[in-house]
Design a protein around this ligand. Structure first.
Ligand SMILES: [Zn+2]
Ligand SMILES: [Zn+2]
Length: 340
């Protein structure tokens, strides 16, 4: 059984999918990220990137591919919020059509509507040929609050009010930060497993002096995935042909770097690229980021990061049962690999 915490990017674009020659390098699918904690699969958001991910899971997960029928293929899906670019791939997610799949879906309720209602409405007969209820997978859809913690261990998946007394090294622990820095609100997630953690903070706009609550939430994360949709000049309305985007609920590359530096993250992954940006413009964002926070990478489809827990029991103070020491030199042992 794999003991790595792995992250793979399947959709990195914000707002709407952008096929074409100008976006080949970083990719044109909207937000979707696969996180593997050992054998457990957690998906962050269901933009169109979840469509190729679903095909891959249906092909390679034994329980889904028909190899182990006695056990359902369990998949957790976390919604940051319910805007189109984070949900539009779900109706095309192949495992959701397979009776051998058990989906645990968590996220926020909308301001005026429950999460379940929004997902059902996205697949009403007026808008899509297959209703949510007609997808064959078992679906456990649960809106969660910021105060709750989502756990996944040998006994299964559940949302709890507290992890006091939890002493289980095998548990995946997922904490929630509710941000108001995006229209309608958004959840950031912190996924921790065996002393390694990944923070996902998409669709958020920076504050003057940085977003202190987010910095606290992301403190010492090994990987911080942060919205970095805009070049500074674009945000300020100083780029010809690009009206100002202040207040739209997305960050500049500088805002993302400020959060990464203040939280002392191991790596910053720039995410939710503007759909109007060419590969050259995203590469420019990455250059700017590296000058502000050296360990920065602009997310691209196929980017993979592996975090290997060190078996030493001396820890960095991550709030899970087993405390594991990070690698000797700088506390990080991140590896990159390109795949697809
Ligand atoms: Zn978005
Ligand atoms: Zn949004």
């Amino acid at each position: 059984m794999s003991s790595e915490l792995r992250v793979k990017f399947w959709g990195v674009r914000g707002s709407y999918p952008t096929p074409g020659a100008e976006t080949v390098k970083y990719g044109g699918n909207t937000a979707s990220i696969e996180v593997r904690a050992g054998e457990r699969t957690i998906i962050l958001d269901a933009g169109t990137g979840i469509i190729p991910l679903g095909r891959e899971l249906a092909r390679t997960t034994p329980a889904l591919a028909g190899g182990a029928r006695e056990r359902a293929g369990e998949i957790m899906l976390l919604f940051s919020h319910l805007h189109h670019d984070h949900t539009q791939g779900f109706p095309f997610f192949v495992p959701a059509y397979m009776p051998s799949t058990k989906l645990h879906i968590f996220g926020p309720d909308g301001t005026h509507e429950s999460m379940r209602n929004v997902l059902e409405r996205n697949q009403s007969s007026e808008t899509f040929p297959v209703g949510l209820r007609d997808m064959s997978a078992t679906k456990d859809i649960q809106a969660v609050r910021e105060s709750q913690v989502i756990l996944w261990d040998e006994t299964g998946v559940r949302a709890v009010e507290s992890t006091v007394g939890l002493d289980n090294e095998a548990a995946v622990v997922i904490r929630i930060h509710k941000s108001y820095a995006h229209p309608g609100g958004v959840y950031a997630y912190r996924i921790t497993w065996r002393g390694k953690s990944v923070v996902y903070a998409t669709d958020t706009e920076g504050y003057v002096g940085t977003d202190r609550k987010l910095v606290q939430f992301a403190k010492d994360a090994d990987v911080l995935i942060h919205d970095a949709q805009y070049l500074e000049e674009h945000y300020r309305g100083q780029l010809v042909g690009f009206p100002s985007t202040q207040g739209f609920g997305h960050s500049t590359v500088t805002m993302a770097c400020e959060v990464a530096a203040a939280s002392e993250a191991g790596q910053l992954i720039l995410f939710h690229h503007d759909p109007s940006y060419s590969d050259d413009m995203v590469a420019g964002i990455e250059r700017t980021a590296k000058s502000l926070f050296a360990d920065s990478v602009a997310a691209y489809e196929g980017l993979e990061i592996s975090l290997t827990p060190n078996p030493s029991p001396i820890g960095r103070g991550e709030n899970v049962a087993v405390r594991l020491q990070s690698s000797a030199v700088n506390g990080r042992d991140v590896q990159y690999a390109q795949n697809g």
